[in-house]
Design a protein around this ligand. Structure first.
Ligand code: GLC
Length: 749
């Protein structure tokens, strides 16, 4: 009897057994159980094994043929995908197709701005479009599973992976992560099939990875349960509720328990509390890393710890392939534990339709015009105008009436660097740099180019003399500074977040020329650059903007586009302020009037300058707050209106205000809804509870209205109950996390 007849017979028997009136079994579950019933233990363990498919492993063919592999990563292109898929489908006993994953983090071939910049758009619809377009490109090359979105809420810009998330706020990250999942998978639904033009998402890294001590990657974290649940977990819930097909463990331990072995995280919360059925895959070797963590005594114990925490697929850790069979045979691991893992894996493969359509058609669809246009839109909307001084009676930007510009700096013409971190498939030669874009005839600019520094860490000052010389014949200097792509991303943490190399010196020398300087920063994180910003006359913070960063910046510089980006993360004055974030607690001594170090009288008596919570060098405030960004117009906010000043938990409050565009340019504004609970378990001074990016024509007024469900004021208390308190509250509708006039309301019960 062939395997297919066995399979059909088992299915018929199962159908017969199910003929009695019982609870409806999901047809996919029925298919999964039917297939599972045919599998040997070795075949089940094979499904739980993911191997790297491009450069690490040899004899992949043989391992796949032996049923020892359930998934690969880093195999792209129809030819390679189908080579391995043919072996799995046609040369193994049950013909179970492979799952093939790839790090598609912010675009596939067309590269979009890094996720931190995508967070700066505050435009989830746009980000969903970018994810869907990314899925179109990736699936045209055989990719069906992407290790994205990363929803690690990051408050520490020293951490290299701050580039890969959507910033420091839980709500903004939740909204952006959810939008990305829906774009990738093509639906907002728990178990909806994922068609051939869409990919399965893998929300990561579960959990608390971004709280790594010292902003040092892979480092330990100490996260109180309430903070874990209030700050770090909600974006994962949001992504899973949108139907994310998979979720990835994080490398860190939480207070001593590494995530891959964390039963509380992976079973109590993910499975039992949330009821998630997403497939849980390790991070690269994070299972075998338990030995390096000093958590498991050896790799065998590591395998036991991982299966005990229901880590379902082992990405290149090899602990399941090496030890799981003997542990099941010896009874210390049950077949049920294995079956639970394999069910998740088979269900995801069925959601992707891999049993029906395992093979990739070779229809590469890269760099299409609509994809490039979309990438340009995202890069434009992610650009943040931080400063725009008025010179000769008008703001320096946009460059109206300017003819001669000097383009300089190590990021002005850096095709690879502007793509940012985590670029596997994007090709730098397709990048359009700021220099190339500004040379376009349509800009009306006469462009002179002198890099000054050839790469961001360059310390050779000789080129700066040439820039200073060239400045003499320029009307405006456009200085493109920032970080090479390699200085951000995984394992790229910096203890000093200033401009690398001699870029600060170059800014100083440009300032001394007396010519207007526009500083454009293209980096993978917020940088602590107060002096450079002080010396510049205008500042655009663009982060790494991807393939179309150049045209987007040219559009903003020339005024074709009005900047609408807002900071998704606080910009510190100096690294010593970290961690510094907007939704901090008040403390018992909030900073009132800080006396700064240079203002302290010599010999001042110990208690003569007051005591409150700030740093002597900087005060308590960052360089720029979360949510901040300027425009080419100005907006004025009317008084906040609230429909009820007394409410009960469960009521929905309507909070609104008028916003007027006072200028002569149509523009977008990001209205932000914040609340503060006045009395509770030391609540944040502000919390973002909503935002709307609204287009307001020049001179017009729009009314922005938020519905605040008071159940969203709940938080995790020390007794680990999640509830809202009766309390007085303040609420703002404001342009950033430090502005606005609040109104009060009270929750009475
Ligand atoms: C890496 C990263 C993870 C990535 C995986 C596969 O170490 O932590 O984000 O998806 O391995 O490359």
């Amino acid at each position: 009897m062939t395997s297919r007849h066995t399979y059909l017979l088992a299915l018929l028997l199962l159908l017969a057994a199910c003929s009695k009136p019982t609870v409806q079994i999901d047809p996919v579950d029925r298919r999964v159980d039917s297939l599972l019933s045919l599998m040997t233990l070795e075949e089940k363990i094979g499904q739980m094994n993911q191997l790297e498919g491009a450069w690490v492993n040899d004899d992949l063919d043989g391992q796949i043929r032996a049923g020892q592999v359930g998934a690969l990563l880093n195999v792209v292109g129809a030819e390679k995908v189908n080579h391995y898929q043919h072996i799995a489908v046609e040369q193994t006993r049950l013909g179970i197709p492979l799952l093939l994953g790839r790090d598609v983090i912010h675009g596939y071939k067309t590269i979009y701005p890094i996720p931190l910049a995508q967070g700066a758009t505050w435009n989830p619809d746009l980000i969903r479009e970018a994810a869907e377009m990314t899925a179109r490109e990736a699936t045209s090359d055989g990719v069906r599973w992407v290790f994205s979105p990363m929803v690690d809420v990051a408050r520490d810009p020293r951490w290299g992976r701050v580039a890969e998330g959507y910033g420091e706020d839980t709500y903004l990250t939740s909204v952006m992560g959810r939008a990305t999942v829906i774009g990738y998978q093509g639906a907002d639904s728990l178990d909806a099939p994922i068609d051939g033009q869409h990919v399965a998402a893998c929300v990561k890294h579960f959990a608390g990875y971004s709280a790594s001590e010292g902003g040092r990657d892979y480092n330990t974290t100490n996260i109180p349960e309430q903070q874990l649940r209030d700050i770090y977990l909600p974006p994962f819930q949001a992504a899973l509720r949108a139907g994310a097909g998979s979720i990835m463990c994080s490398f860190n331990d939480i207070s001593g328990i590494p995530s891959s072995a964390n039963r509380h995280l992976n079973i109590d919360i993910l499975r039992n509390e949330w009821g998630s059925r997403a497939m849980l895959v390790s991070d690269w070797g994070s299972g075998s890393d338990l030995v390096a963590h000093g958590y498991a005594a050896n790799r065998r114990e590591a395998a036991y710890d991982c299966i005990s925490a229901r880590m379902e697929m082992d990405m290149q850790g090899l602990v399941y392939q090496d030890y799981l069979k003997q542990m099941v045979d010896s009874g210390i691991v049950t077949m049920e534990q294995v079956d639970d893992c394999v069910r998740s894996i088979l269900r995801l493969k069925m959601r992707l339709g891999l049993f029906e359509h395992p093979y990739a058609e070779s229809t590469p669809d890269f760099y299409a015009d609509d994809a490039l246009l979309l990438a340009r839109r995202v890069a434009t909307e992610s650009t943040i105008l931080l400063k725009n001084d008025t010179l000769d009676g008008q703001p320096l930007l946009p460059l109206h009436g300017v003819k001669r510009v000097l383009v300089c700096g190590p990021l002005a013409d850096a095709q690879k660097e502007q793509l940012g971190t985590w670029i596997f498939d994007g090709e730098p030669e397709h990048s359009i740099t700021p220099l190339q874009a500004l040379h376009e005839p349509g800009t009306g600019l006469e462009v002179t180019y002198e890099p000054g520094l050839t790469y961001s860490r360059d310390t050779d000052l000789s080129g700066i003399d040439r820039v200073v010389k060239a400045a003499a014949s320029a009307d405006v200097i456009l200085y493109f500074a920032g970080e090479e792509a390699i200085l951000s991303g995984e394992a790229r943490c910096r203890a000093d977040i200033t401009l690398p190399g001699a870029q600060a010196e170059m800014m100083h020398r440009l300032h001394l020329t007396g010519k207007p300087v526009v500083l454009v920063v293209m980096a993978g994180r917020p940088l602590a650059i107060p002096d450079e910003i002080g010396q510049a006359d205008a500042v655009l913070y663009a982060l790494h903007g991807g393939t179309m960063a150049g045209p987007a910046l040219a559009d903003v510089l020339t005024g074709l586009a009005v900047p609408s980006g807002r900071l998704p993360i606080t910009m510190p004055r100096m690294v010593g302020q970290i961690p510094i974030y907007y939704n901090h607690k008040s403390t018992g001594r909030p900073a009132t009037t800080p006396i700064l170090l240079d203002d302290i009288p010599i010999g001042a008596p110990q208690f003569s300058i007051g005591q409150s919570s700030y740093w002597l060098e900087t005060g308590d405030k960052p360089l720029f707050p979360f949510g901040y960004g300027l425009s080419y117009t100005t907006f004025s906010y009317g008084p906040v209106q609230i429909d009820e000043t007394e409410a009960k938990t469960g009521d929905v409050l309507r909070i609104s205000c008028d916003i007027t565009n006072d200028g002569s340019r149509d523009a977008q504004e990001v209205a932000q809804l914040y609340v503060r609970q006045q009395a509770g378990e030391c609540r944040p001074v502000r919390e973002l509870k909503g935002f709307k990016k609204v287009s307001i024509p020049a001179g017009q007024t729009v009314n922005v209205c938020f519905e605040l469900d008071t159940r969203n004021l709940a938080y995790w208390h020390a007794d680990l109950t999640n509830r809202a308190d009766p309390s007085a509250f303040q609420t703002w509708i404001a342009p950033d996390s430090r502005s606005g006039q609040p109104v009060e309301f009270t929750i009475t019960e």
